[in-house]
Write a protein that binds this ligand. Structure first.
Ligand SMILES: NC(=O)c1ccc[n+]([C@@H]2O[C@H](COP(=O)([O-])OP(=O)(O)OC[C@H]3O[C@@H](n4cnc5c(N)ncnc54)[C@H](OP(=O)(O)O)[C@@H]3O)[C@@H](O)[C@H]2O)c1
Length: 221
């Protein structure tokens, strides 16, 4: 039976790695909920790939995801909650309201809306919810208040979801430190712990998103 994978932020970084691996199996159908497509993704066959253009910081997601009803038949469904923003990296006194709204929309609200939609409309399917979490969900990092708090929020949201829906599967997975744009923007910011992140790159300790995606898929598939 074909499996459907709904991935947020699938155009680059870890999300792209998931999409690129999953698409290689003809029994997989990947739905990318992202703002853009990678060049490779533009060449993927419509039988295996659907690009649902959506900016998760805007109030359009609930409307946009209605299209999923027409795309999914009797398949098992995997939701990989991947898209996230870490900036602004700054002390709390410097946060502005727009940045707070944006982090809440991208990192928290989009997850809740997609999770709710799938539970409401596809409860008779085998549903697997995979939250790409972070060590920051459990560890306070100075100047990362929005990111840490958003990661902790979603982790707890998934824990509660698991308690409500025992028939479905919920995963909170910390991917570890990876060589993506998110790490690049961390290194470009100045904050008390920034030298540790620069050292990780200099010492070659960043994991490749492809390796991480394979590891996570081995756990959840
Ligand atoms: N990298 C690490 O070391 C690390 C460590 C622990 C956890 N994680 C977690 O791993 C996951 C993937 O991170 P990554 O390192 O791959 O990050 P990344 O390279 O920064 O990629 C983030 C993804 O989120 C998407 N995104 C951001 N804002 C969006 C918006 N408004 N609407 C739609 N999509 C949006 C981006 O798309 P655009 O191109 O449109 O911006 C991109 O596809 C995240 O949940 C992150 O918290 C990462």
């Amino acid at each position: 039976m074909q499996k459907v994978f709904i991935i947020t932020g699938a155009n680059r970084g870890l999300g792209k790695a998931f999409a690129d691996i999953l698409i290689q199996n003809e029994n997989h159908f990947v739905i990318s909920i992202s703002r853009s497509q990678s060049d490779e993704q533009k060449t993927y066959e419509p039988e295996n790939f659907y690009f649902l253009k959506s900016d998760l910081s805007e109030n359009t997601l609930e409307k946009n995801i209605q299209v999923l009803k027409g795309l999914i038949a009797n398949q098992d469904i995997y939701f990989i909650n991947n898209a996230s923003i870490i900036e602004p990296i700054t002390k709390i006194e410097h946060l502005d309201e727009n940045a707070i709204d944006k982090t809440i929309s991208v990192n928290i609200k989009s997850t809740m809306l997609i999770t709710k939609y799938l539970l409401r409309n596809f409860s008779n399917h085998k549903l697997s919810f995979v939250n790409i979490s972070s060590g920051a969900a459990n560890r306070a990092i100075s100047n990362w208040s929005l990111y840490c708090a958003s990661k902790a929020f979603v982790k707890m949201f998934f824990d509660v979801a698991e308690s409500e829906y025992e028939q479905h599967r919920f995963f909170n997975i910390d991917p570890g430190v990876m060589d993506t744009n998110m790490q690049k923007s961390i290194r470009e910011n100045d904050f008390p712990d920034s030298s540790n992140f620069k050292n990780l790159q200099e010492e070659g300790k960043l994991k490749s998103p492809k390796d991480v995606a394979l590891e996570i898929l081995n756990t959840v598939l």
